[in-house]
Design a protein around this ligand. Structure first.
Ligand code: COA
Length: 321
């Protein structure tokens, strides 16, 4: 039995903010951002929320898969920017789409969130507990950015991506790898709330994401190729057998470095970061949906996917489409 992706969907906010737009409100330039990251523009929310984007992405994935809400057993949503601490964003999605039979919960594995959700769904499906799952990655990163910190805020965007996965006798996930390195977690951190009770003096200062960009870069360019090589070998394949590499869209230079280390043409690495920026857990499913809707994904193709980021966390998979 395998876990097969049978439909994809995504949603990007209506409003687009270009690098030139940013250069009008902070000391940056299209040249600096483009040359270091490959990012040209990002979508930012105005009225959308993490839940509203997730719900739209979920509806599109279900339509693509041809499944009804009644058929969904499980909803897992990766996010670091849900609208509420509780209820989980996955529960908001459940209510909106009417998947009343489903069990729904959020997970936090930052930019690896969608890949972790895929692996958790895979475990449930492999165990025979559930048959059909809706997995999502959704972020409103713009609300946890310090817009006076040009070294982080220019990198990120908002959006949501979703996939429907189902147990299949023949086709689907061939191998999986995931890992965490909490000892290095503080190189990419965003604090939620400080202690707040009668025993402590409460800091009212808002907390935002901060990052040691160079350390994160070093982590990504070593962990990602190693994880991909491992998972490709476990699938009984070589890098030449992989038709596409769908990587977390953090930075074009990370993707180029991974391609170089694997000795694979960059043409096999589709890109969405140019028009999306880094959308953490939503990056991989949005990219996958764009590949799907462009008709790039054909039955029998071998697709390698990888997410990496805060935690630190990473996760890769190889699947037959
Ligand atoms: N516009 C213009 N200048 C900027 C800037 C911006 N948006 N952000 C930073 N700078 C400046 C810095 O202040 C610094 O100036 P200084 O030399 O006068 O001090 C200079 O640019 C270089 O900064 P530095 O941080 O050393 O740049 P870098 O070459 O390391 O590139 C990143 C920064 C973030 C692009 C790079 O480290 C990176 O891609 N890291 C990985 C980040 C990532 O992908 N994170 C998410 C993973 S999930």
């Amino acid at each position: 039995m395998k876990t097969r992706i049978i439909g994809t969907g995504s949603y990007l906010p209506e409003n687009i903010v270009t690098n030139d737009d940013l250069s009008k409100i902070m000391d940056t330039s299209d040249e600096w951002i483009s040359s270091r990251t490959g990012i040209k523009e990002r979508h930012l929310v105005k009225d959308e929320t993490t839940a509203s984007m997730s719900i739209e992405a979920a509806r599109r994935a279900m339509e693509d898969a041809g499944v009804t809400a009644e058929e969904i057993d499980l909803i897992i949503l990766g996010t670091v920017s849900a609208d509420y601490i509780t209820p989980a964003c996955a529960c908001e999605v459940q209510a909106a789409i009417g998947a009343h039979r489903a069990v729904a919960f959020d997970i936090n594995a930052a930019c690896s969130g969608f890949m972790f959700a895929l692996n958790i769904a895979n475990a449930y499906l492999q165990a025979g507990i559930y048959k059909t799952a809706l997995i999502l990655g959704a972020e409103t990163l713009s609300k946890i950015m310090d817009w006076s910190d040009r070294s982080t805020c220019v990198l990120f965007g908002d959006g949501a991506g979703a996939a429907v996965v189902r147990a299949d006798d023949n086709v689907g996930l061939l191998a999986y790898d995931q890992g965490s390195d909490g000892a290095r977690g503080m190189v990419l951190a965003g604090q939620n709330r400080t202690n707040n009770n009668p025993l402590v003096e409460t800091s009212k200062e808002l907390q935002y994401v901060h990052m040691d960009g160079q350390e994160v870069y070093k982590f990504a360019v070593t962990a990602v190729p190693a994880s991909l090589q491992k998972v490709i070998a476990e699938a009984g394949l070589t890098v030449e057998d992989i038709d596409y590499f769908a990587l977390h869209q953090a930075n074009i230079r990370i993707i180029q470095s991974v391609a170089k280390r694997l000795k694979v043409s960059e043409d096999k690495f589709p890109i969405s970061l140019d028009h999306c920026g880094n959308i953490s857990a939503a990056s991989v499913p949005i990219l996958l949906d764009e590949m799907n809707k462009k008709g790039l994904l054909k039955p029998g193709m071998k697709i390698a996917m990888s997410g990496f980021g805060g935690g630190l966390t990473w996760a890769s998979a190889v699947l037959e489409w």
